[in-house]
Design a protein around this ligand. Structure first.
Ligand code: ACO
Length: 361
């Protein structure tokens, strides 16, 4: 048995390759740096879905924009019963209203859903009315516009596109595996996506970037970093944004996102010094993790600079995981289709370690 299925290969995939020793991520034949900051979310979604839907339009942007308008109708179901929930619980509840199925139209609605429902949920929690999607905008630009009620700058749209592309797919991570298990039962894409959202929500997976902000705020200034980090580790806490099941070196997505934060914040007067402060905390954390865990290579993962980027885009920290889902949904759907089209029911075995009946059968 492999605890946590570490090292177990459970699928063949054409979608992405995570090389944990080299710190390399390949998405459908492209190194991450060929896509991040260069391709739009719609383009990378098309790249991932190619061959899994017939026919698939060359440009997914108009169809995805139409799907945003369609799912916006569900926002009216956001009643006061959801207002004591976190944004991801509210977004998941609205997504659960969408019909199951395996068609491209279903896939587009599910891909539109996190952007539309996250914006509506964040606004509702702030007592603000939802903003209707604008079909003339790209997915990233509209996601920001629906959140804020005003158009984002080109730089902000580019930064969100970089983020969504960077997190669009990543091998058989916990949420993608969950989506594939559900898809393998032929339950349908909505079921697979809902499972993906639920697995992503946990702090050991996609729930880490909100707590990264809590850590930075708790530390306050670079001189406090060592004492704060040591205190957290002494209590048995894990440092959010560090460590990974597969990477034994730095997560390549961390650098893609750090570059995006630098590009977005350079020249603007938004949070001056925030990036330098985060770099100082990161450096201190890496030294201390090495001292404490010399045998386990613990490095920075995607979530550390995700937190900085989404903070710079003015997302509230409790909605960071929703934005992760906004990008990863493209990968979940591609994996679900790949599983249905070529795979078997996923049904592993367990090793019974409980008591045996007293009477021999
Ligand atoms: N801070 C402190 N210690 C850590 C950390 C961390 N971030 N990560 C791992 N360790 C320690 C573990 O406590 C363990 O120590 P032990 O052997 O004394 O118990 C040792 O390093 C090995 O850790 P594992 O549990 O084997 O690591 P695993 O592969 O199971 O977990 C995980 C990977 C969950 C990402 C882990 O590193 C972690 O909890 N990180 C913090 C949460 C986080 O950033 N999650 C986002 C990951 S990226 C993503 O999913 C999108």
């Amino acid at each position: 048995m492999s605890e946590g299925l570490e090292g177990v290969v459970a699928a063949n995939t054409v979608l992405s390759e995570v090389d944990g020793q080299a710190g390399r991520l390949i998405i459908r034949g492209h190194d991450l740096d060929e896509l991040a900051g260069r391709a739009t979310f719609e383009q990378v979604t098309r790249l991932l879905w190619d061959g899994f839907f017939e026919p698939l339009p060359q440009d997914l942007a108009p169809a995805l924009a139409a799907a945003r308008a369609e799912v916006f109708a569900e926002v009216s179901a956001l009643d006061s019963g959801l207002l004591d929930r976190t944004p991801i619980e509210g977004m998941r509840a609205l997504t659960a209203r969408l019909a199951d199925g395996d068609s491209l139209a279903t896939a587009l609605r599910l891909t539109a859903a996190p952007a539309v429902f996250t914006a509506a949920m964040v606004r509702a929690l702030a007592g603000e009315a939802p903003v209707r999607p604008d079909p003339s905008l790209s997915h990233a630009a509209d996601a920001l516009r629906m959140l804020r009620g005003k158009a984002p700058s080109e730089a902000e749209t580019a930064a969100l596109d970089t983020y969504l592309v960077t997190v669009s797919d990543h091998g058989l991570n916990a949420s993608t595996f969950t989506a594939r298990v559900i898809a393998s039962t032929q339950a349908g894409l909505a079921s697979a996506v809902l499972g993906g959202i639920s697995a992503l929500k946990g702090p050991l997976h996609g729930g880490a970037p909100g707590p990264v902000i809590d850590m930075l705020d708790g530390i306050g200034r670079p001189a406090n970093a060592r004492a704060w980090i040591e205190g957290a580790l002494d209590r048995g806490d894990r440092l959010m944004g560090f460590g990974h099941r597969v990477y034994r070196v730095r997560d390549p997505r961390a650098d893609a996102l750090k570059a995006a934060v630098r590009k977005l914040t350079e020249g603007s007067n938004a949070a001056p010094g925030r990036l330098a402060f985060a770099e100082a905390v990161e450096a201190a954390a890496l030294v201390i993790l090495k001292e404490r865990k010399p045998d386990r290579a613990l490095d920075t993962n995607v979530e550390f600079y995700t937190a900085l980027l989404l903070e710079a885009l003015a997302y509230p920290p409790n909605a960071f995981t929703c934005v992760f889902a906004t990008g990863r949904v493209a990968g979940w759907i591609a994996h679900a289709r790949e599983q249905v089209m070529g795979g078997r029911l996923i049904r592993p075995a367990s090793n019974y370690v409980g008591p045996w009946p007293k009477k021999a059968a």
